[in-house]
Write a protein that binds this ligand. Sequence first.
Ligand code: ADP
Ligand code: MG
Length: 251
Amino acid sequence: MDKTQTIKASAQTLGLTHTKISLDEILHTAQENDYSHLDLIGYILDCEITYRQDKAREKRIKEAGFPYPKYLKDFDLSFCKAISKKQFKQLSELAWIDGIYNLILSGPPGVGKTHLAIGLGYQACEEGYKVSYTTMQSLIKTLRTEEIDRHAGVKMRRIRASNLLIIDEVGYLPINATEGNMFFQLISELQERTAIIITTNKGFEEWTEFLGDAALATAILDRLAYQCDKIPMNGKSYRLENRKSFLEEMA
Ligand code: ADP
Ligand code: MG
């Protein structure tokens, strides 16, 4: 084995993946820039750290289970009158995740609830938080099957270990008493441990209706509202306002 082969094998043994796969590039850069021994060692370690951080971030994003990417930078605040610049900045800074605050985004379809929730989730992944995204419908199915389905078990374990849980589309479909109780158990369990973002098309007075039980609805809302920002996003649909008409485009 020549020297580079030996070094690559040692890097692999030590788990220095970047050094192993990029040794030739590293040596090339060092030669081009006339690195001293110290420069080179520093460079190798820095590259390895960056590589690991990137990998860890990608893994967090993958495991969060977002249906598609949405970013805060693309969220047009001038369109969303419900949120002030200051509030948006505070939300983006994510201190509320450490403070275990919840966020309830309510409003009609198309106003940007899911965009904002996923955007905050992505930002949280970037900054090292463990995030889980689920729709309410999928969450209920997962809760129902967690004991018998391995995937559901894994998903629930991940949800319970998350710093931030996003539950999208709460209230779109009614749930029965057993499911309502499971949901309540989960919310109680996560209280004081996990920040939760809920998006819903229902006003609070309508929660009783889709949960089918006034006492349960009150109990769940009571838990969620303990440390919570409620943001009613009652503007116009971004989709409808920004839809491009085929005829307009052709004109
Ligand atoms: P909701 O979840 O409230 O039904 P979405 O978040 O799915 O709405 O938004 C619908 C579409 O409009 C998405 O493509 C989203 O990216 C876009 N959108 C909504 N609000 C905004 C906004 N304020 N700035 C940029 N895009 C927006
Ligand atoms: Mg949505």
